[in-house]
Each structure stands twice: as C-alpha cells, then as structure tokens.
Ligand binder design. Structure first.
Ligand SMILES: [Zn+2]
Ligand SMILES: [Zn+2]
Length: 107
C-alpha cells in the first residue's frame, strides 16, 4: 500500500506545502525512536494475530512488526505497524519471504 502524495501543489499553496514537508520531517524524526509506543497507542495492547490481550505489566511481550519489513518506514498513522506478541512475531518472520507475498494487498 502506497500513499502517493502529490508534491506539486496548485499555485498559491506553495508556502503551505513547504510547511507540510517540514512538519512531516519533524514528525518522522521524532517518531523513529519511539514507534513502539506509538504503535501500541494506535493499535492497542493486543496481538494482531492471535488476539491475545496485554496490559501495562506484560506489554513488553508485545512487539511491533513492520508490515513491509522496513524498520525505517514508520508512518505516524501506524499503517506499517502491526502489534504482534513475541510468539506470533517469531512465527511471522520464520515464514521468510513467502509470507510477504501473501500479506500483499491482494487477498
Ligand atoms: Zn500472538
Ligand atoms: Zn517483524
């Protein structure tokens, strides 16, 4: 899934687009080190695969999986994150590359 955002903006909106870019840069840099908490906040303390729920005491067992496998791709809206418990996360990666094909947009 890709969100193609038009870079060229209509006349008169140029200053706004620059501000948007700066805003985005600031967001992405501040999120990069803290994406786990963000993902937990957005998706909740629950494993996306087995549905196991977690609370503040054992949330360290809940990990953030990057859907596209790119740990640097951390959109603030959480679209590349998936909360998986340690077991499901390991399972997810042990499937290797084939797993990625099946999790693409086509279903
Ligand atoms: Zn799980
Ligand atoms: Zn992962």
């Amino acid at each position: 899934m890709r969100n193609k955002r038009p870079i060229k903006v209509k006349k008169g909106a140029n200053t706004r687009s620059v501000a948007d870019i700066v805003k985005e840069l600031k967001q992405s840099s501040s999120f990069s080190g803290n994406y786990r908490q963000q993902s937990l906040k957005i998706h909740g303390l629950i494993c996306a695969k087995c549905g196991r729920e977690f609370d503040l005491k054992n949330q360290n067992l809940l990990t953030v999986h990057h859907k596209d496998g790119d740990h640097k791709n951390n959109p603030p809206d959480g679209s590349n994150w998936e909360n998986l418990c340690a077991y499901c996360h390991e399972d997810e990666h042990s499937r290797g590359l084939l797993g990625d094909y099946f999790t693409s947009d086509k279903r």
